[in-house]
Design a protein. Structure first.
Lengths: 292, 275
């Protein structure tokens, strides 16, 4: 193929800012991270090459294994519930029309655009042991008040609950778009044949909205593997490390224990996990593209 | 038919009740900021303040550096927004409309980076910013937030809808390559630029982990990080804490309420769904 000279120069000028920032702020830090993981360097400063020692240590590090398990637990508590709740809310909202729909949608969506620290302040107030209004609900179902963030069994599910409240609006939006693409004719035809609501959901809505469901599931999975902000703010990984997660492990080793090399090792591991999940997601999306 | 209407009405009522319950924490937080501290901790549920006061806000404004934190947030989020849009629109345009060696490779790299976990790079980003001398600087907050491949993908999709003949015709009329980009193609996609600008700004404003790591001096903090300092300083003073929270959330909440349709459009585009 022949290229115009003027066109090539213009193209390089226009892509240069991206290429340069990509090299400096993504490629270089990634290579550096891998390199660092083979050394015993502190956060700032040089270290010695130690080969695979960090990786060997990591595989035997009890706290890391716990962090990986806790991350998995958090993923379990959030990903599937938030997807199902998102779909349920989207179905409820898409029945409505006009201003009522806009208002109801805004109510469900508004938390999503809040900064995490605001979410944190709202819910420490809601769940305050002495004065929190949500403690009335806990009292009702559990029988007594609970210091949720200081209880090793309550802490993680509570953070998961708050996370779902905070981020669910995003899923609702995607599902509403998905539901809108299902033609009303199909429902009308099913209604003529005397299908019940459950049959319509089971045989029309669920299969036709499945591509969106798969998309939401994978987006949520990648997002929740990187969980840190809420947990750091609510519990700092406690009580008794019961909410200690992967990114926290990186944060603590790098910025509190000054072990740059070891922190980088964990970062490489997490990076690899997320890349694998992303590739799987890409496959899912490709399948979706092929079908439609 | 009548039966159906009744069940539909019940479903609508349930939906509205769920929506109210979902938004209740927001209402409760805002109403708490308008009460006195002693009324806040009274037993029972006071859905309405007995005495209205702005004391919490006044306290936060006069006793913290919130003005300075606001400035930091606006400058860094504004810079992230402008730079990301400039970088992405130029790159997306070149990939879509121009033919040059390396184009396919670059496009594949961008597609592959679609969901790169930037957060896992915190360690080396910190080292890099330290090497640049950007710790506790605006530049240090901004730079690592500039890699947003999805913005390029969205721009390319939009520029792709414009046929190449359009470009050739304008070139024959004597326009330069850059005039073409800035005067013709960019204005044609103004809608998508505003939509992306709003969500990029909201995203940068809300970003917690990186601004929290790279800034250690109180006067360089973003407002979203700073408000957690109010809490540490005064213990259980909920009206004050939440006043800080409301102030920190105000710009993004307003941006959403004013540009609701743009925000939802941009979010769906970023997720790969055409709205």
């Amino acid at each position: 193929m022949k290229f115009g000279r003027r066109e090539i120069i213009a193209a390089y000028v226009l892509v240069a800012p991206f290429v340069i920032s990509y090299l400096v702020l993504f490629i270089y830090p990634t290579i550096k991270m891998v390199e660092l993981s083979f050394t015993n360097a502190p956060l700032i400063g040089a270290g010695d090459w130690v080969g695979l020692a960090n990786y060997v240590k990591l595989s035997k590090d009890n706290l890391f294994i716990q962090a990986a398990l806790h991350t998995g637990y958090f993923v379990l508590l959030t990903v599937i519930p938030t997807t199902l709740i998102g779909l349920a809310i989207a179905m409820m909202v898409s029945r409505l029309n006009g201003w009522l729909q806009s208002l109801v949608l805004a109510a469900f969506f508004l938390p999503y655009i809040l900064p995490v620290t605001v979410v944190y302040l709202i819910w420490t107030w809601m769940l305050d042991l002495q004065f929190g209004i949500a403690q009335y609900a806990i009292e009702l179902f559990h029988g007594s008040r609970v210091a949720v963030f200081r209880d090793r069994y309550w802490a993680m599910p509570t953070v998961a609950f708050v996370t779902i409240w905070w981020t669910n609006g995003f899923n609702v939006l995607l599902f509403i778009a998905g539901l809108r693409n299902i033609s009303q004719d199909i429902y009308d035809a099913a209604a003529l044949d005397g299908a019940s609501r459950w049959q319509m959901f089971r045989n029309i809505t669920w299969p036709l909205v499945w591509p969106v469901t798969a998309l939401v599931l994978t987006i949520q999975l990648i997002l929740q593997l990187k969980i840190f902000d809420q947990i750091y703010l609510f519990t700092q990984g406690g009580p008794f490390n019961s909410t200690y997660v992967m990114v926290q492990f990186i944060y603590k080793n790098a910025f509190q224990l000054n072990r740059g090399g070891y922190a980088a090792t964990v970062a490489v591991a997490l990076f690899a996990v997320i890349v694998v999940v992303s590739v799987l997601q890409y496959q899912v999306l490709r399948v979706r593209g092929g079908k439609s | 038919m009548k039966r159906l209407n009744i069940s539909a009405a019940i479903l609508t009522i349930v939906t509205v009740a769920c929506a109210l319950l979902w938004a209740f924490p927001l209402y409760w937080a805002v109403i708490t900021t308008l009460k006195n501290e002693y009324e806040v901790v009274e037993p029972g549920v006071g859905l309405w303040p007995k005495v209205w006061t702005l004391g919490g806000y006044l306290y936060v404004i006069t006793n913290t550096q919130i003005g300075r934190w606001y400035l930091n947030s606006f400058v860094t989020s504004g810079a992230v927004t402008i730079l990301v849009l400039m970088i992405s629109s130029a790159c997306g345009y070149a990939l879509s409309q121009l033919r040059f060696p390396g184009r396919t490779v670059l496009w594949l790299i961008i597609l592959a980076s679609f969901m790169v976990p930037i957060q896992t790079l915190i360690v080396t980003h910190f080292i890099l910013m330290n090497d640049f001398g950007f710790i506790n600087r605006w530049a240090g907050v901004v730079l690592p937030q500039l890699i947003v491949p999805v913005a390029i993908i969205i721009y390319k999709q939009f520029f792709d809808q414009i046929p190449r003949e359009y470009r050739e015709a304008a070139l024959i009329d004597g326009a330069s390559e850059y005039q073409l980009f800035f005067r013709v193609f960019l204005p044609m996609n103004w809608g998508i630029t505003t939509a992306l600008a709003i969500i990029t700004f909201i995203g940068a404003w809300n970003n917690f982990l990186w601004p929290f790591l790279v800034v250690t001096e109180q006067n360089m903090m973003n407002v979203t990080v700073g408000i957690t300092q109010v809490k540490d300083a005064f213990g259980v003073q909920y009206a004050r804490n939440l006043s800080g929270a409301v102030l920190a959330a105000l710009p993004v909440a307003l941006a959403y309420l004013l540009f609701q349709r743009r925000v939802t459009e941009a979010i769906m585009l970023s997720a790969g769904i055409k709205g």
